[in-house]
Design a protein around this ligand. Structure first.
Ligand code: BTN
Length: 260
């Protein structure tokens, strides 16, 4: 098991959500992917969290995999049911990255950076990846499975991955209580999600931009087979990246980016 306590104790230790979320935690010792499992819970309440000690086939963005050492890190998926207009769906990843960055500032005293659309970096290395899987019904975002992989106590990361991975342990020199970090992350995600539900889209974008490594930089942007270079002008109200290419502005909704 991931924690030194049993499941009931995890629930007991987890402070109630200040935003009124139910915080029902489904804890699994091992699963293929917490996001796949969460998607299978058809009638789950908003705020349900699927948390796993180990993922056998953790999923990353753009068909990649997410590998995390058993028992060392946080891998969980939060079920959200916003019902907001579908065009704002891209903001869910942004608010989650912002919330994780804010949490790492407070719990670890670190200086995280947000890389569009949804990575959190520490000194240029990736400490957290976020995968949002949206269900659109009748023009509304009826459900979003927010998958978060946060490297906490893992020391070694084999393989050549870009950007190179890191953990809170590696960047701060100390290990962290996973329950405490999970509680802090959930509290901050719930707070930023409340901003989203209150349509404070500009607040989310403004706070995200303060921590951005992306805006104001020249980027290589890879979408599928094609790669373009452009200057990152800003973030659109829907969370898309505004890229200036040869004097005209393009909206990028999903891509892999690297700073030139
Ligand atoms: C990325 O950076 O490519 C996104 C990685 C997202 C990983 C998390 S771990 C918990 C949840 N379950 C998954 O299978 N993926 C996400």
């Amino acid at each position: 098991m991931i924690f030194d306590v049993d499941f009931a104790t995890i629930l007991f230790q987890m402070a109630p959500s200040p935003e009124g979320f139910k915080r029902k935690i489904v804890f699994l010792d091992s699963v293929d992917s917490t996001s796949l499992y969460a998607a299978s819970l058809r009638d789950a309440d908003e705020g349900t969290v699927v948390l796993a000690d180990e993922q056998k086939s953790g999923r990353g963005r753009l068909g990649r995999s997410w590998v995390s050492e058993k028992g060392k890190n946080l891998t969980f998926s939060l079920i959200l049911k916003p019902g907001s207009p579908a065009e704002y769906s891209g903001l869910i990843s942004l608010l989650a990255g912002l919330a994780v960055a804010e949490t790492l500032e407070t719990v670890a005293g670190l200086v995280p950076e947000c890389k569009w659309p949804n990575d959190v970096l520490l000194k240029g290395k990736k400490v957290c990846g976020i995968l949002t899987e949206a269900t659109i019904t009748g023009g509304r975002l009826s459900r979003a499975i927010l998958g978060v992989g946060l490297n906490v106590n893992q020391a070694r990361f084999p393989g050549a991955i870009q950007p190179p991975p890191t953990s809170l342990l590696n960047e701060s020199g100390r290990s962290f209580d996973l329950t405490a970090v999970l509680t802090a992350v959930l509290t901050t995600v719930e707070r930023r999600y409340s901003d989203f539900r209150d349509r404070k889209y500009e607040t989310i974008i403004r706070e995200w931009k303060k921590r951005s490594t992306t805006i104001g930089k020249t980027l290589n942007v890879r979408t599928g087979e094609s790669e373009i270079q452009g200057f990152a002008r800003g973030i659109a109200p829907d969370g898309a990246l505004l890229l200036e290419v040869d004097g005209s502005e393009r909206k990028i909704f999903a891509a892999d980016i690297t700073v030139v």
